[in-house]
Design a protein around this ligand. Structure first.
Ligand code: KMH
Ligand code: ZN
Length: 273
């Protein structure tokens, strides 16, 4: 078997709703259960958002604390990554509420962009603020790159000393407003990385599994989950996050790679507990 692949499960996100797929988790108990099931299916990392009981996006520390506590109470060792992206329109301080004790990684969104019909604002001072908070808390940043110019911002952060290894790069491809999910785009982005670093791809919607297949071939890592995609195949809803993780693990096996364990992922990602 080739290099282990880190499969990350993005189990809920801020946008998808239960009306679109009944498996979308809302409560901390549901989100934690989705994370644990994803880990059992082969995910080494869970990318967490939280919701209010009615499904609205939440960056409340209390929600994240409960999710983290429930994951650990289950005995799961999965790597915990908390979103600082939150939902479009949230002020940056609210977004930072997710960085609770027990988090091991936090996302660092690399620029402002159209996000569907809305605008996802990440000014350069705000990016620096998030990077600084992650460093203060000892969390490994995952840089979310949606478009090519964001790699220049990444290079600028490195040059100015706001970011340093260890960090991870997630190419999020297929958001309407960012780069779309093609092999050509992914190869271009990987070539443009300012230094050698582990990278992963999250294909949005119908791009999820095809982009995973390309990343596996190119030596990258993979993110799947209901945050990014609600379907297991064209017109067929995924039964849950674990089904999407199992599909990614199946693609990994075909590519001659096996899912990394959480312990292996921590070594690859430079996470010290
Ligand atoms: N919900 C998106 C606007 C992240 O998790 O850091 C941003 C997002 C990125 O999901
Ligand atoms: Zn997210």
């Amino acid at each position: 078997m080739g290099d282990p692949v880190i499969i990350a499960a993005a189990v809920v996100g801020a946008e998808v709703r239960r009306e679109q797929n009944p498996a979308v988790p809302y409560t901390p108990a549901e989100i934690a259960a989705a994370a644990v099931a994803s880990a059992r299916a082969g995910a080494a990392v869970v990318h967490l958002h939280a919701r209010w009981p009615d499904g609205r996006a939440s960056q409340e520390a209390g929600h994240f604390r409960e999710i983290v506590d429930r994951i650990r109470a289950s005995g799961s060792d999965v790597v915990i990554q908390c979103s600082t992206g939150g939902a479009v329109g949230m002020p940056i301080e609210e977004r930072l509420g997710s960085l609770v004790p027990g988090a091991e990684m936090g996302t660092l969104n690399m620029g402002t962009m159209n996000f569907g019909d809305e605008v996802f604002v990440n000014s350069r001072p705000d990016i620096v603020k998030v990077a600084t908070r992650l460093r203060e808390r000892g969390l490994v940043p995952e840089c979310e790159v949606y478009d090519a110019g964001m790699l220049d911002t990444l290079a600028w952060l490195l040059k100015e000393g706001h970011l340093a290894q260890p960090y991870h790069v997630q190419f999020v491809l297929g958001v309407p407003g960012g780069m779309t999910g093609t092999e050509r785009n992914l190869r271009f982005l990987v070539e443009g990385l300012p230094e050698a670093v582990h990278w992963s791809v999250a294909g949005i919607g119908r791009f999820e599994l095809p982009m995973a297949e390309v990343a596996l071939r190119l030596g990258g890592h993979v993110r799947v989950g209901l945050e990014d995609n609600l379907h297991i195949s064209k017109g067929v809803l995924a039964s849950g996050n674990e089904q999407l993780v199992s599909a990614a693990a199946g693609l990994a096996a075909k590519a001659g790679r096996r899912p990394a364990t959480p312990a292996e992922a921590r070594v690859l990602l430079g996470i010290k507990r």
